[in-house]
Design a protein around this ligand. Structure first.
Ligand SMILES: Cc1ncc(C[n+]2csc(CCOP(=O)(O)OP(=O)(O)O)c2C)c(N)n1
Ligand SMILES: CC(=O)[C@@H](O)[C@H](O)COP(=O)(O)O
Ligand SMILES: [Mg+2]
Length: 641
C-alpha cells in the first residue's frame, strides 16, 4: 500500500546519484512516488503508459544498483522510459513529452547522457549493448552495460542475432528480459509460450536449488550470504538447459519484477558477477499499479489524456473513418469474394486494421510477432502457392524488411500486396516513426506497382486494385489518422493500373499530387485563384507506373509543374522529374519543382505543424508557386493556415 503521509522523496532526487544516497528501505517509497508521477504526467500528456508503469520498480532498482550514467542502461523500444526520464534529470520537463520542443517519447542520445542509445523501433538493445560492452573491453573499461528488452521485442530476429553473437563473445553484458506477457496486443509465437511456461509454477525450482545454482556461478558469494540469497530468491529458478543457457547466457530468474526485496539483491549480485553474458528474467505486469490500466485489454499501451480518478480517456469524436479501419473493412469485403486473400501483421493488429480482418477471418490472419523481415518473406511464400497475401506494415517498420522486399518479393516478381500504413508524418512519435522513405525505397525497385490513396474512398478502390494485381508485387500507402469524410463507395472497383486523374482543370500551374496532400492542393488552388492564378490539380494515384500521358499533358499545358508528396527526396517528384527529363520536357520553358519532406529528421510535433514546417501545407504550396513565378510571397495576404 502506498503511504504518502511520509515526507516525499522524489522531490529530493534530481539525478540517480541522489537516489543512490538513500537507504535501501527508502527505495520502495521512491518507486511508489515515481509511479504516481508517471500516472499524473501521462494523464496530461498522453503517450505510452502501460509499459512504463510496469517497469517502475525495475527502473528504480536499476538506477539504485548501477552507477548510471557510467553504467549504460539501454531501454529497448524506449516507450517504457518515462519513469527513467523522471529519475534522470528530466522531471522538470516531463510534462512536455511528445510536444513541440519537448521531451521525446522514446530514449534519445541528444536528450540526456542517461540515454546511451536512441530507440523507438524494437529489438535493438542487445546488439547495441553488446557493441558497448565490447568497446569497453577493447578500451580496458569496467562499467556495466544493461539491455532491458520486453518479451514482445524478444520475438524479433535481431534479438537472436545479438544473443547468438553475445553468447560466443563472452563479453560481460547484462540483458534484462522484462516479461509482462504482452506486446501491444497479446504476444504471439512459440517463444512467448516458452517464456510463459518458464514461470508457470510447475517449472519453479526450490529455494535451496536456486541458491546452489547462484553459488556455483558466483564464486564471491560467501556462505553467510547464501541464506539471504535463498530468501530473496523466492520463486527463483535456474533450469539448466534454458534456451538462453544454450545460447551461452547465464540465466537468472524468473523473478518478481515488482518485488524490490528480490530485485535489488539479485541485481546487486548480477552486477558483481564475473562472467560472460547474463540474462535476468524479470516478470512484471504491464499497467501495474493503476487499476484502469491493469483491467484494460491493451493495458493502456498508449493513451490520450485521461481522468486519473476514472481512467476515462478524452478521445474526441472522429469526423471521418480512420484509414486503418477503412483498410481492414475493405479487405474483409474483398476476402468475402476471394478465399485466397490472407492478411499478415507484424505485431500491430489494431494499428493496421488487421484486427478487423481477424474478426471475420481468423484462420486467414497471421500475426507473426515483431518480425517484419519474416512477415515479408512469409508473404512471398504464400504468394508462390497462389494465395493473395496482404502484408500490412507501417512504413517505418517496413524498412526492417527491405532486403526481403527486394530479394524475396521483387526479384521473383511475386504478387505480395504491401499495405503501407502510417505513410508520411505521424506527429508525436517523431522521426523514428515517420513514414518518409517508402516512396524512395520502393520506387527504385523493378516490378513494383506503387499507389497512394488521396482519401479514404480511394483507399477502398486501391485495395480492390491490389486484389486484382496477380502478376507482380504492389504497394499501397496511406497515412495515420482520419480520412477526409468523403462519401464512401459500397464496393471497391479496381483502378486502371498507371492511370491518374484530373481533379480540377486550370491553365498556368499544375499541382501534381501523390497521396493525401491532394486536400492541401485544393486549398492552395483556391488561394492561387484569389491571386489571379489558375491551377490544374491532378491526382497521380500511381507513382509506378507513372501516367505518362497525363504527365506530358500537364507539362505541355502549364508554365509551372509542382509535385507534392508525403515523402522524402527520391520518391514521386524524383520519378516525375526523371521521366520529364528523359522526354526532353525540361529542356524548354517548363518550370518544375518538387515539394518533398525536408532533408532532416523532423522532431515530434503535431502532423499539421510538421507539414507546415516542411512546406507541404497549402501555404507552402502557394509560397512555392510564388517563388517559382518570381513573385513576392506575402504571408499576410495569403490567408491559408
Ligand atoms: C520494429 C518494430 N516493429 C513494431 C514496433 C511497434 N511496437 C512498439 S512497442 C511494441 C510491443 C513491444 O512489446 P514488449 O517489448 O513486450 O514491450 P511492452 O510494451 O510489453 O513493455 C510494438 C509491437 C516497433 N516499435 N518496432
Ligand atoms: C511504440 C510504438 O512503436 C508504437 O506503440 C507506436 O507508437 C504506435 O503508433 P500508432 O499510435 O501510430 O499506432
Ligand atoms: Mg511485453
Amino acid at each position: 500500500m502506498t503511504n504518502f503521509s511520509k515526507t516525499p522523496l522524489l522531490d529530493t532526487i534530481r539525478t540517480p546519484e541522489d537516489l543512490r544516497k538513500l537507504k535501501v528501505e527508502k527505495v520502495r517509497q521512491v518507486a511508489d512516488e515515481l509511479r504516481q508521477e508517471t500516472i499524473d504526467t501521462v494523464s496530461v500528456t498522453g503517450g505510452h503508459f502501460g509499459a512504463g508503469l510496469g517497469v517502475v520498480e525495475l527502473t528504480t532498482a536499476l538506477h539504485y544498483v548501477f552507477d548510471t550514467p557510467r553504467d549504460r542502461i539501454i531501454w529497448d523500444v524506449g516507450h517504457q522510459a518515462y519513469p527513467h526520464k523522471i529519475l534522470t534529470g528530466r522531471r522538470d520537463r516531463i510534462r512536455t513529452l511528445r510536444t513541440a520542443g519537448g521531451l521525446s517519447g522514446f530514449t534519445k542520445r541528444s536528450e540526456s547522457e542517461y540515454d546511451p542509445f536512441g530507440a523507438a523501433h524494437s529489438s535493438t538493445s542487445i546488439s547495441a549493448g553488446l557493441g558497448m560492452a565490447v568497446a569497453r573491453d577493447l578500451s580496458g573499461g569496467k562499467n556495466n552495460v544493461i539491455a532491458v528488452i520486453g518479451d514482445g521485442s524478444m520475438s524479433a530476429g535481431m534479438a537472436y542475432e545479438a544473443m547468438n553473437n553475445a553468447g560466443a563473445m563472452n563479453s560481460r553484458l547484462i540483458v534484462i528480459l522484462n516479461d509482462n506477457d504482452m506486446s501491444i496486443a497479446p504476444p504471439v509465437g512459440a517463444m512467448s509460450a516458452y517464456l510463459s511456461r518458464m514461470y508457470s509454477g510447475k517449472t519453479y525450482r526450490g529455494l535451496r536449488d536456486a541458491a546452489k545454482q547462484l553459488g556455483k556461478h558466483l564464486p564471491k558469494l560467501i556462505a553467510d550470504r547464501a541464506e539471504r540469497v535463498e530468501e530473496y530468491s523466492r520463486g527463483f529458478m535456474n533450469n539448466g538447459g534454458t534456451l538462453f543457457e544454450e545460447l551461452g547466457f547465464y540465466y537468472v530468474g524468473p523473478i518478481d519484477g515488482h518485488n524490490l526485496d528480490h530485485l535489488l539483491p539479485v541485481l546487486q549480485n548480477v552486477r558483481d558477477m564475473e562472467t560472460g553474458p547474463i540474462l535476468v528474467h524479470v516478470v512484471t505486469q504491464k499497467g501495474k499499479g493503476y487499476g484502469p490500466a491493469e483491467a484494460a485489454a491493451d493495458k493502456y499501451h498508449a493513451v490520450v489524456k485521461f481522468d486519473v480518478a476514472t481512467g476515462t480517456q478524452s478521445k474526441s469524436k472522429p469526423n471521418a473513418p480512420a484509414y486503418q479501419n477503412v483498410f481492414g473493412q475493405s479487405l474483409v469485403k474483398e476476402a468475402e469474394k476471394d478465399d485466397k486473400i490472407v492478411a499478415i501483421t507484424a505485431a500491430m493488429p489494431s494499428g493496421t486494421g488487421v484486427d478487423i480482418f481477424n474478426k471475420a477471418f481468423p484462420a486467414r490472419t497471421f500475426d507473426v510477432g515483431i518480425a517484419e523481415q519474416h512477415a515479408v518473406t512469409f508473404a512471398a511464400g504464400l504468394a508462390t502457392e497462389g494465395y493473395k497475401p496482404f502484408c500490412a506494415i507501417y512504413s517505418t517498420f517496413l524498412q526492417r524488411g527491405y532486403d526481403q522486399i527486394v530479394h524475396d518479393v521483387a526479384i521473383q516478381n511475386l504478387p505480395v500486396r504491401f499495405a503501407i500504413d502510417r505513410a508520411g508524418l505521424v506527429g508525436a512519435d517523431g522521426a523514428t516513426h515517420a513514414g518518409s522513405f517508402d516512396n524512395a525505397y520502393l520506387g527504385c525497385l523493378p516490378n513494383m506497382v506503387i499507389m497512394a490513396a488521396s482519401d479514404e474512398a480511394e483507399l477502398v478502390h486501391m485495395v480492390a486494385t491490389q486484389v486484382a494485381i496477380n502478376d507482380q508485387p504492389s504497394a499501397l500507402r496511406y497515412p495515420r489518422g482520419e480520412g477526409r469524410g468523403v462519401e464512401m463507395p459500397e464496393v471497391g472497383i479496381p483502378l486502371e493500373i498507371g492511370k491518374g486523374r484530373i481533379i480540377r482543370q486550370g491553365k498556368q500551374i499544375a499541382l501534381f499530387s501523390f497521396g493525401t496532400r491532394l486536400a492541401e492542393c485544393e486549398k492552395a488552388a483556391d488561394e492561387l485563384a484569389a491571386h489571379g492564378l489558375s491551377a490544374t490539380i491532378a491526382d497521380a494515384r500511381f507513382m509506378k507506373p507513372l501516367d505518362l500521358e497525363l504527365l506530358l499533358k500537364l507539362a505541355r499545358e502549364h508554365e509551372i509543374l509542382l509535385t507534392i508528396e508525403e515523402g522524402s527526396i527520391g520518391g514521386f517528384g524524383s520519378h516525375v522529374m526523371h521521366t520529364l527529363a528523359e522526354h526532353g520536357m525540361l529542356d524548354g520553358g517548363l518550370r518544375m519543382r518538387s515539394l518533398v519532406l525536408p532533408d532532416i529528421f523532423q522532431d515530434h510535433d503535431s502532423p499539421a505543424a510538421m507539414y507546415a514546417q516542411a512546406g507541404l501545407d497549402s501555404k507552402g504550396i502557394v509560397k512555392k508557386v510564388f517563388e517559382t513565378l518570381g513573385k513576392d510571397f506575402n504571408a499576410e495576404t495569403v490567408k491559408l493556415a
